[in-house]
Design a protein around this ligand. Structure first.
Ligand code: A3P
Length: 290
């Protein structure tokens, strides 16, 4: 069954598929959200490492930060819920740049954008479509990949999402983090994050954060936890057991046929021809293969 034939799970807003758990009214009212200057936004295209980044932020000691559920999850009462949080808020979202509330842009809130190789993202999302009851089912990898390449998946085209954010990559309130770099040198990425947030973390605390946010640790914690509606990071599920699948770089190789890989590369080259993020992702992919 294709996405379009299960309209109760997804709806289109401004040409992009969203979960019906994001109400149209909320999506249409995002600009009335009252951002605070010290808000932190954790932004990603789905399946790029959102939960990992959120866990890292939560584990920074004495930061005085409260992780909230995604800004686009729920109905219009969301803004009241966020207002009641007294501490500094870290707010996850999968919104593209255009849809980000205007007050977040005006107040130059800090924004961390995590990006991941789109081939691994597509494979991860394929499994999410299959396993997550909040997403339409998908019959085959080939059928899913077609939808992914057309941008006919939840949150739209990976390319459009990344490019909308890349325009702001060098803004002083924006930090780009690569999933592949977090995997290769976690402490390097963590140092970038803490420096960006202006929080001092010593070496032993860094090592502790690295241990507690490792894939195996997070996966086994998810298995022990019950679904906690107050600990929802992605607007597509509150079941953390659906999130921790393999947690590796390069799993795409087990799914793409040579032809699919060629088609993907052609589109990547066309869409990302002027993109520094695209160049970085290609370098990570080459160093992985080397
Ligand atoms: P896979 O499906 O490839 O395993 P998101 O949090 O944006 O939904 O992304 C989920 C992806 O990030 C999944 O990828 C998941 O396994 C991976 N992931 C989650 N926590 C991770 C961690 N601590 N280390 C590495 N990968 C992690």
């Amino acid at each position: 069954m294709s996405c379009q034939s299960q309209p109760s799970l997804l709806h289109k807003y401004m040409g992009i598929f969203f979960s019906t758990m994001s109400s149209e009214e909320l999506l249409g009212s995002l600009d009335s959200f009252d951002a605070r200057e010290d808000d932190i936004f954790l932004v990603s295209y789905p399946k790029s490492g959102t939960h990992w980044l959120a866990e890292v932020i939560e584990r920074i000691p004495d930061a005085g930060i409260t992780l909230t559920s995604p800004i686009e999850l729920g109905d219009i009462s969301k803004f009241e819920e966020l207002k009641r949080i007294p501490k500094r808020r870290a707010i996850p979202t999968h919104l593209n740049y255009e849809m980000l509330p205007v007050t977040v842009k005006q107040k130059q809130c800090k924004i961390i954008y995590i990006v991941r190789n789109p081939k691994d993202t597509a494979v991860s999302m394929f499994h999410y479509y299959r396993d997550n009851p909040n997403l339409p089912s998908t019959e085959t990898w080939a059928a899913f990949l077609e939808l992914f390449l057309k941008g006919d998946v939840v949150y739209g085209s990976w390319f459009d999402h990344v490019l909308s954010w890349e325009e702001h990559k060098n803004d002083k309130n924006v930090l780009f983090i690569f999933y592949e770099e977090m995997k290769k040198d976690f402490v390097k990425s963590l140092k970038k994050i803490t420096a960006f947030l202006g929080i001092d973390v010593n070496d032993s605390e860094m090592a502790k954060i690295a241990r507690s946010t490792s894939f195996s640790e997070m996966k086994s914690n998810a298995a022990k936890e019950n679904c906690d509606p107050n600990h929802v990071i992605c607007a597509l599920t509150s079941d953390r057991n659906l999130v921790f699948r393999k947690g590796v770089v390069g799993d795409w190789i087990n799914y793409f046929t040579p032809k699919q890989n060629r088609v993907f590369d052609e589109l990547f080259t066309e869409k990302m021809r002027n993109s520094d993020v695209g160049r970085c992702l290609k370098e990570y992919a080459h160093s992985q293969n080397a």
